[in-house]
Design a protein around this ligand. Structure first.
Ligand code: MF3
Ligand code: CO
Length: 259
């Protein structure tokens, strides 16, 4: 499928979808605490999405088995696609929460990693560098840049700081479908591929680990873990390329009260 450029109306729908995702993360900042279950977090996000007029993009996605929840919640060595459950978060855990929302036929998608209470220096370092890697990648997204400039920004930033970059999950185009062309590798040399143009929309999602960047899928068919059991982190924003500054559609600046 060709890479689409969204018009004003489409961007407005994605902006609203993104605002609902962002407000959900903003709410999670205070909900992610020792003692809460991942299922409770999922329920709170699902309710907020619905109340704000959106639909969860992940529920029923893919498979078999189809994805069974509104969010993906991945704890410690879990990288992505963790299924919300009765698991209780404990002080010292790190938890990545991935949220997709569909509004008026268009999707937005954003993941964030959270500390549960006080965490180790090792875990804190990983969260900080993975968030920085995302913003470094977003800093190269602009009209006229090449697609693989994003790939190199991610790989070079994280590896220079001693972390591993996951290669078998990638960043992607997004719009009427949760996953659209182009596929965007999170590694590789700059200066190649598509020339970015206004109206293109991407979900940029570095997945970074403390140890070896190899993964295994658990028997539930979804949960992806690091093979060596070391920490994994995941930060993702949905963005739109414009004539001027790149627009982050899933910003957490807007609270639910303002929507
Ligand atoms: N944000 C992830 C992605 O872009 C999560 C989607 S997996 C799903 O691939 F199955 F839960 F939808
Ligand atoms: Co995504």
């Amino acid at each position: 499928m060709a890479v689409t450029r969204k018009n004003k109306r489409e961007l407005a729908a994605m902006r609203r979808a993104g605002a609902i995702v962002g407000a959900s993360h903003r709410m999670l900042r205070t909900c992610v605490q020792p003692g809460i279950t991942t299922r409770e977090l999922d329920a709170r996000v699902h309710m907020l999405i619905t109340r704000l007029g959106g639909q969860p993009s992940f529920l029923g996605y893919g498979g078999p088995p189809p994805y069974p929840a509104a969010t993906c919640i991945s704890v410690n060595e879990e990288l992505v696609h963790g299924i919300p459950s009765k698991r209780v978060l404990r002080e010292g855990d790190i938890v990545s929460i991935d949220i997709g929302v569909q509004y008026d036929g268009y999707h937005a998608d954003s993941a964030w990693s959270y500390a549960v209470g006080a965490i180790s220096d090792e875990a804190a370092g990983l969260l900080q560098v993975t968030e920085e890697t995302l913003y470094h990648a977003l800093s190269v997204v602009r009209t006229g840049a090449r697609l693989s400039d994003i790939s190199w920004a991610i790989q070079s930033y994280a590896e220079a700081r001693g972390y591993g970059v996951i290669r078998n999950y990638i960043s992607h185009g997004i719009g009427q479908a949760l996953h659209e062309d182009p596929q965007i590798l999170n590694y590789g040399p700059a200066g190649r591929g598509l020339v970015l143009q206004p109206g293109m929309t991407f979900a940029i999602e570095p997945m970074i680990v403390c140890g070896a960047p190899t993964t295994t899928v658990l028997r539930d068919g979804w949960t992806v873990v690091t093979t060596d059991g070391r920490y994994a982190a995941h930060y993702e924003h949905t963005v739109a390329v414009t004539d001027g500054e790149t627009e982050i559609l899933t910003s957490q600046e807007t609270s639910e009260e303002e929507l």
